[in-house]
Design a protein around this ligand. Structure first.
Ligand code: SF4
Length: 327
């Protein structure tokens, strides 16, 4: 990881207009991503982490969605102001994505070779022969045995773990600056999950690719990420270096998430902690701390105003009234 910031997300707001009101799925999210960094975005379902990443590459379906404000600067240029042609040159080339279920991205009717070669020809300008060689090399790097043969098979001829390896190979085949991985291992068995995470970590480190890893699991980010953003109800409630955040979580939500991770040193009869209550309905949320109905430390001010963000330097920050003087 270097100090060069390649992606700056500034005050990003993505709203969905539905019959019941306005869903502020992402409401003022800001973070930086540095070259070669792995950044984890963690939160429960509905916290806005996937919408944040779809917004980054400007892929929000409109209607009902709308990017209501903010900037996404990729190497200084705002992706939210680009036209479709400019975006196509970035997506899959400079910024690529892999999803939870590879079958949503792979075309079941086309051989892997067709799908990979087309992408490489389109973005890298190689001829078909060179593109196929590159595709085979990437499959090999991704741990696909006999890639020269497997490349001419269809997606259904691969197991779930192997399909995810193919997606990683495809995602990295154009040497992107950023790989966005949205719950890349959630659909896989636990043992295969570990293999896929190790593969992603190893390959992106070798290629110098920055990664945004979206997950609901703190266990996943602990071994993978340099830095973390914890999201709740469409906002980043805490961010910082992974080690610092695990050693000293500040926000009560982060504390609850960490306590709910099973630990090997825990006695067998210890109850696993859980955060009481449910995430809020984000339609027309009032401007208070959305975590207060679930928070053991809630104060009066929490029900009246959204907390200001307290910065600690080095990217560490928390949005909670416990850490601010001005109430
Ligand atoms: Fe709890 Fe208040 Fe902090 Fe929200 S602002 S997390 S309710 S203490």
């Amino acid at each position: 990881m270097t100090d060069e910031v390649i992606l700056q997300v500034k005050d990003l707001r993505t709203y969905f207009h539905v019959d019941e009101g306005i869903v502020k799925a992402v409401d003022g999210v800001s973070f930086n991503l540095r070259k070669g960094e792995t950044l984890g975005i963690v939160g429960e379902s509905g916290s806005g982490k996937s919408v944040t990443n779809l917004s980054i590459i400007n892929m929000i379906p409109n209607p009902p969605g709308r990017i209501a404000g903010g900037e996404v600067l990729f190497m200084g240029k705002d992706l939210l102001k680009m036209n479709i042609k400019q975006l196509r040159e970035i997506r899959g080339n400079k910024i690529s994505m892999i999803f939870q279920d590879p079958m949503t991205s792979l075309n079941p009717f086309l051989k892997i070779s067709t799908q990979m070669v087309e992408t490489i020809v389109l973005h890298q300008g190689l001829d078909k022969k060179a593109a196929k060689e590159k595709a085979i090399e990437m499959l090999k790097l991704a741990g696909i045995p006999a890639p020269e043969k497997r490349i001419d098979q269809y997606p259904h001829q691969f197991s779930g773990g192997m399909r995810q390896r193919v997606m990683i190979a495809m995602g990295l085949s154009c040497n992107p600056e950023i790989l966005i991985a949205d719950e890349p291992t959630s659909a896989l068995d636990v043992t295969i999950q570990a293999q896929i995470l190790d593969l992603m970590k190893d390959l992106t480190a070798r290629l110098g690719t920055a990664v945004i890893l979206i997950t609901h699991s703190l266990g996943v980010v602990a071994g993978m990420c340099d830095n973390l953003c914890v999201m709740y109800a469409g906002r980043v409630v805490e961010r910082g270096n992974t080690g610092d955040l695990f050693a000293e979580p500040k926000h009560p939500y982060t504390q609850g998430l960490i306590k709910s991770v099973p630990r090997l040193d825990q006695a067998n009869n210890d109850r696993l902690n859980s955060i009481r209550g449910q995430p809020p309905n984000v339609i027309d949320l009032p401007d208070c701390c959305p975590f207060y109905p679930r928070c053991d430390k809630a104060m009066d001010v929490c029900k009246r105003k959204y907390p200001t963000t307290t910065e600690y330097g080095n990217g560490r920050a928390v949005a909670c009234w416990l850490y601010t003087e001005a109430k």
